[in-house]
Ligand binder design. Structure first.
Ligand code: CTP
Length: 409
């Protein structure tokens, strides 16, 4: 039995929300209702209290104290039905001044939103942009259906059948519950960020990696029940702070430190995911003092570089490697070229899989979407995940879970 919070906002379709509550109860779940004040014009407190046998949450209880997030905390699933254009905008913008938007904002539970409004409002660019934002954040938005609308017009914007809404929402819940156990009992090491190879006390050779993809994978693995260790090279503290509690973080600076930490941490791990951009070369010796210009000499200094160890190849080829080793390759070039580079890396590095990530002007580094092909050790494409870093991470974690499960058999 799960705890479902049904959030009701103020549209004519609110009269169908009690059926969603009933369906969830019929499936054996415990249902709480949060309602906006405007929605009480359509369905009153006594209806909600009658069908749930508990008070409906309308006022923000104990604002500033723990109670106001209590519903968010106990929710295993939140269904917002109906969601007006106004409430979609408020959810997208992160408002928290009514019990419905506050509960969505404060909860880690999966959220299903069922919009209902006049066609013109649904099709308005502002509403469509809000829906996109919500979907990008992993909120499941059910498309409205077409037919007669409250205004007397006809078109898209009708609330789908409440039974269908409850059915879809409970499917989202069970997929989420399944995913949240997929890596239970596993230990996953994720390297992330980019190494910095010191030239002198103030300069380094570095790269553009933000660490976001690695942190998204670490978060998805933790949500899937794994014990997660992150080896973070030069990642902003604010990004690290977003990791789920319980994820262990080791901070490193350069490639040699990353090698040492990674070799130590994988000793008892089930999987290593090497997302870090590790510098292939480092200055042979970092200058102890800041390198100064010589005013009498126009010539630039020469910095001699030496090779760094290839951490992935070392672990991938080691006898004591974890059962699952995954590398990343960020490549530029045509489709054919990047697939050839990826296939070469997959075979060369002893990894079970290489995630091939095209980088260029708008894909790859920083806060942008990803398109990842997964290549197996023979360089064959065995999967592809496209979307936000979180969506790609969730896909990869599913892939990892089934690989590890198949090993057991
Ligand atoms: N990697 C590593 N140690 C290195 C360099 C890379 O462990 N010294 C890992 C990365 O974390 C990544 C994979 O190897 O998982 C591929 O990295 P990439 O830099 O694309 O590969 P290279 O072998 O360095 O190839 P290239 O010549 O394209 O730089």
């Amino acid at each position: 039995m799960a705890t479902v919070v049904v959030g009701v906002t103020g549209g004519v379709a609110a009269f169908k929300a009690p059926i969603v509550v009933r369906e969830c109860q019929r499936a054996g779940h415990d249902v709480y209702v949060a309602a906006t004040r405007a929605s009480l014009e359509f369905v009153g407190r006594s209806t909600w209290e009658g069908i749930t046998s508990r008070p409906v949450a309308v006022e923000i209880a104990g604002e500033g104290r723990a109670e106001h997030v209590e519903l968010a905390r106990i929710a295993d699933l939140i269904i917002v039905v109906p969601a007006t254009a106004n409430s979609l905008a408020r959810l997208a913008a992160g408002f928290a001044d009514d019990m419905v938007s506050l509960t969505v904002l404060a909860s880690h539970a999966p959220v299903v939103v069922a919009p209902a409004m006049h066609s013109n409002m649904w099709l308005a660019p502002a509403t469509q942009a809000n829906v996109r934002t919500l979907r990008e954040r992993g909120i499941h938005v059910i498309d409205p259906s077409s037919g007669a609308l409250g205004s007397g017009d006809s078109g898209i914007g009708r609330l789908p059948d409440p039974e269908e809404i409850a059915h879809q929402a409970l499917e989202v819940l069970s997929a989420y519950e399944q995913a949240s156990h997929a890596l239970a009992g596993r230990t996953v090491v994720v390297t992330a960020g980019g190494t910095r190879e010191p030239i002198d006390p103030v300069r380094f050779l570095g790269n553009q990696s933000s660490g976001r993809q690695g942190l998204a994978i670490a978060s998805a693995a933790a949500r899937a029940g794994a014990a997660v260790r992150v080896i973070a090279a030069n990642i902003e503290s604010a990004l690290l702070a977003g990791l789920p509690s319980g994820v262990q973080v080791t901070r490193v600076g350069n490639a040699l430190q990353m090698r040492e930490a990674t070799v130590n941490q994988v000793a008892d791990a089930d999987a290593l995911v090497m997302t870090a951009a590790v510098a292939d070369f480092r200055p042979e010796a970092a200058s102890q003092s800041k390198i100064k210009k010589d005013p009498t000499n126009e010539e630039a200094p020469t910095i001699r570089l030496v090779r760094n160890p290839d951490i992935l190849a070392e672990i991938g080829h080691s006898k004591k490697r974890p059962p699952l080793v995954i590398g990343f390759a960020a490549e530029t070039g045509t489709d054919e070229e990047i697939l050839a580079y990826g296939a070469d890396k997959a075979t060369r590095k002893g990894a079970d899989f290489i995630c091939l990530n095209r980088v260029g002007e708008s894909v790859g580094f920083g806060d942008v979407s990803n398109d990842i092909h997964i290549l197996d050790a023979n360089g064959h494409i065995v999967g592809r995940y496209v979307g936000s870093k979180d969506e790609v991470a969730a896909g990869l974690v599913g892939h990892m879970a089934s690989f590890l499960d198949n090993l057991k058999r």
